[in-house]
Design a protein around this ligand. Sequence first.
Ligand code: SF4
Length: 79
Amino acid sequence: MACELLTRCSFFVDHMKELPKTSDYIQKKLCFDDYTSCNRYKIYQQFGDGIIPFNLDPADTEAVKKIIQSQREKQNHEP
Ligand code: SF4
């Protein structure tokens, strides 16, 4: 089963379009196989896809941590 975001994932649609071989390699390993471990997918599951930066590399765990922390802080401050 493939990731449900595959056809609209901005990482591939926008950011990786200049690197088709790299894009294919990542998609085979991640998007068509182990997508539940993808950091973009994890953010989508928790907060929706509206907050995922288009160029967020799924392997950039530090950036992902910052986004998740920021979203949690926002949620904690909502009435
Ligand atoms: S990069 Fe992640 S969120 Fe995007 S299509 Fe692949 S598995 Fe899904």
